[in-house]
Design a protein. Structure first.
Length: 246
């Protein structure tokens, strides 16, 4: 009886976490470079169900298995390509394929897919938060003139090469950790960049709002189902306790 309560309660808690993940995806569906998160679930505990023999020397027969609840396995990020949206702005950059821009923050080196860059008062190339974008030579500082950025990340101003963007990739994207503001961190070694930079474009979020809404509806229904199961077990437990007590 108590197992049924735990199973229903764990199901409700798992759906709450899924709902939070879906809500965050929907809230960031218009965020440049955002990558969709997915909540992966697993069975909490699994027990074998056997037939108790009538005689002590008889062998127990396996009937099947019983799942005792559900747990969150991990939060997985989908690094699928987001749609490229043309802006015509020289400092708007999008990565087609795998890879990341590298930026310098007070907490250290971070990585991003958000290429909505601009210039600060000292003409350093910066993110919306003011973090400096790194090139091979260090923070990218641009003189006045026409800016051109090649698919390989080479930066030219009025035809003169200034620097090359520090574009990187990683062997295991699952080891990247989100740290907010579209930034990522990892202890992995950087590997060669094989994507392409598209100047005058931004990468949209790889979130499909219609699909997320469908997932949200499914989550709410699963939550309500577990809630009804929990209430039924609670009522039955109360009835048994009262009858035994009398």
């Amino acid at each position: 009886m108590i197992r049924g309560l735990y199973t229903a309660a764990s199901g409700m808690m798992a759906q709450v976490i899924r709902q939070e993940t879906i809500g965050n995806n929907l809230a960031n569906s218009d965020t440049v470079g955002f990558k969709q998160d997915l909540t992966l679930l697993q069975t909490g505990m699994e027990r074998d169900v056997v037939r108790i023999p009538q005689k002590r020397l008889q062998q127990r027969n396996l009937i099947g298995s019983l799942d005792l609840g559900v747990l969150v396995n991990q939060q997985h990020t989908s690094f699928a390509q987001g749609p490229l949206q043309e802006t015509g702005q020289a400092l708007d950059l999008a990565i087609a394929g795998n890879g990341f821009f590298t930026v310098e923050t007070p907490e250290g080196i971070r990585y991003t897919r958000n290429g909505a860059f601009n210039l600060d008062a000292e003409r350093f190339l910066v993110t919306a938060e003011g973090y400096r974008v790194l090139g091979i030579l260090g923070p990218v500082q641009l003189p006045e003139g026409e800016v051109q950025i090649t698919p390989q990340g080479q930066i030219l101003v009025d035809g003169q090469v200034i620097d090359t963007l520090r574009l990187v990739d990683f062997a295991d994207l699952n080891q990247l950790q989100k740290v907010g503001s579209g930034l990522w961190t990892t202890e992995q070694e950087e590997i060669a960049f094989n994507g392409q930079v598209q100047q005058g474009y931004l990468e949209g979020a790889n979130v499909q709002p219609a699909e997320e809404m469908a997932r949200m509806v499914a989550v709410l229904r699963l939550y309500e189902t577990n809630q009804r199961v929990l209430q039924a077990h609670d009522q039955l437990t109360g009835k048994i306790v009262n009858e035994i007590g009398t």
